[in-house]
Design a protein around this ligand. Structure first.
Ligand code: MF3
Ligand code: CO
Ligand code: CO
Length: 258
């Protein structure tokens, strides 16, 4: 495994890219209401990223992905494609995943939104998944092992009887969108694949948690990933920097505690 250590100059660029990605989520929040289409959300974000931020939406044309953001509604786990026909309705939950490139560096973050009032289960799953991400972030510091991330998420999910998607994972990030290391959100490392964290490493944690079984299926569009049993699913994502003393959340939003 080749895990890059960022230089101080690269870290400064990662901070800028991370902040921009977070700002897109803050910008789009008031638009996530019943009756809006995911296609409209995509257009607003695309416009903001390219015109206001003078940045690049990384998903657009990434391995052929057709839009600038990912919008994953209800039983869609990740990589949902925004669509002008897809109207959001009261009670939906949606993950919006934003990745921007600024000055060659990537910032990658996603959050869940409620469209109107969620069901009790939808709220429980959504809040749980955020808490699982936060608990994992707290463990990140020099000397910790990446296996601790999946361990704590699995421990927490087991208690709630939720399941963890295994087919997709967090990732190193920098000039390259997805680089080493892979960040598993479940207990899946071996002594050979485990890794000790060092200052200057940048990676995402982005757990996908299902209310039902863990298994996923990709639709024929080649992108959209759904739960096989159609159960609800939630995801939250941050881009992190390992610092000398702990962790910096590069995609922190202003309402967040760390
Ligand atoms: N942002 C996603 C991630 O967290 C990747 C999206 S790739 C796309 O890694 F092509 F679907 F946009
Ligand atoms: Co990511
Ligand atoms: Co993402």
């Amino acid at each position: 495994m080749n895990v890059p250590i960022k230089t101080p100059e690269e870290i400064e660029k990662m901070r800028v890219a991370g902040r921009l990605a977070a700002e897109v989520l803050e910008m789009i929040a008031p638009y996530v209401v019943p009756g809006v289409t995911t296609g409209e959300l995509d257009k607003i974000c695309h416009q903001y990223i390219t015109q206001v931020q003078q940045a690049i939406p990384a998903p657009l044309n990434y391995h052929g992905f057709p839009k600038s953001i990912c919008t994953s509604v209800n039983h869609v786990i990740c990589h949902g494609i925004p669509d002008d026909a897809k109207l959001l309705k009261k009670g939906d939950i949606i993950n919006i995943d934003i990745t921007v490139i600024k000055d060659d560096y990537h910032g990658d973050t996603s959050q869940m939104f409620y469209v109107g009032e969620p069901s009790i289960l939808a709220r429980r799953l959504t809040e749980f998944t955020k808490e699982a991400l936060y608990a994992a972030i707290k463990l990140v510091k020099p000397g910790a092992r990446i296996s601790e991330i999946g361990q704590i998420i699995e421990e927490m999910a087991t208690k709630e009887r939720f399941s963890i998607v295994q087919e997709y994972c967090g990732h190193g990030i920098g000039k390259v969108f997805h680089e080493d290391p892979q960040i598993l959100h479940y207990n899946g490392y071996t002594s050979r694949t485990d890794l000790v964290l060092e200052p200057g490493m940048c990676f995402t944690i982005e757990p996908m948690i299902n209310a039902g079984k863990r298994h996923s299926r990709q639709l024929n569009d080649g992108w959209t990933v759904v739960t096989k049993d159609k159960s609800l699913t939630a995801q939250w994502e941050h881009t992190l920097l390992v610092t000398e003393t702990g962790v910096e959340v590069l995609t922190r939003r202003s309402d967040e505690p760390f």
